[in-house]
Design a protein around this ligand. Sequence first.
Ligand SMILES: Nc1ncnc2c1ncn2[C@@H]1O[C@H](COP(=O)(O)OP(=O)(O)OP(=O)(O)O)[C@@H](O)[C@H]1O
Ligand SMILES: [Mg+2]
Length: 311
Amino acid sequence: MAVTDLGELQRRAAERAAARAGGTDRLRGHIVCDGLVRIFKTEGVEVVALQGLDLVVDRGELLAIVGASGSGKSTMLNILSGLDVPTAGIAQVAGFDLLTLTAKRRLRYRRKVVGFVWQQTGRNLLPYLTARENVELPMSLVGRANRKRAMELLEMVGVAHCAGRRPDQMSGGEQQRTAVAVAVANDPEVLFADEPTGELDEATAADVFGALRTINAELGVTIVIVTHDHTVADQVRRTVAIRDGRTASEVRRTARTGADGLEEIVSEEYAVLDRTGRMQLPANFVDALTLKDRVKLTLEQDHVQVRPGDE
Ligand SMILES: Nc1ncnc2c1ncn2[C@@H]1O[C@H](COP(=O)(O)OP(=O)(O)OP(=O)(O)O)[C@@H](O)[C@H]1O
Ligand SMILES: [Mg+2]
């Protein structure tokens, strides 16, 4: 995949998103999580899956979320897509407050405001419908099936040739790209994808990421992708890492014009600082200096020093 066109794709996505929002001043905070907590209780045991997670995603952004198994990624996506309700904190998407939604508004939210792509290819498509019929189905649920639009969407994600095929007549990658078309059939503002390439090989996964990028650029849909696939970091501008139910760090990629006049992509990693000034030290830093229990902080002119506490 050509990386140098990343800047151009971002500009297009931002333009489309601004057009949808009614001006660039309304671009910020399309998705807002603040101090988000989710506690599961099973047989008297409490599991704190999210322990004060903060995240802001701009309208029109394409964001990747990475993190170890059990770090809370799916828990967060299930809350943001309206399938689950948080224990405490703030969760807002496109102006919908997910803590106080009535059942009726929750249904409307799930049908019209958000789209979802699951990891299991079998969960995204109905097996006895063709690709085109699968895309038309969510449209007909809100009373406006549109064959022409369905074909346009299939074309956009590069699977127009599969329009008349059922899922069992398509490859895994073709099924997932069709799933992306299904997820945006009702013109949602936000698309969530939980490990959409988890069952695919690397080359096929790149096609699915390509489809998500196209949808982001062409429709201005805000997209959040949860993935184990570290190559995804090359495909998006911002990758957020979740650790133990909190956002721990993020990698930002920006297009810059180098000394030779050519565009180059620069990646930089940041730790996330929450409102109360807390941050998480990377595990390898902690191990390298065997930091434990308490550390000494010193304020320098332009940085803060962290040293082992027991000397
Ligand atoms: N319904 C549930 N009941 C009890 N515990 C749960 C439930 N769902 C998730 N958990 C727990 O919450 C924590 C976070 O789980 P989650 O599924 O969000 O992780 P994840 O980051 O998506 O992991 P993976 O990469 O394996 O999909 C885990 O400890 C998990 O066991
Ligand atoms: Mg998960």
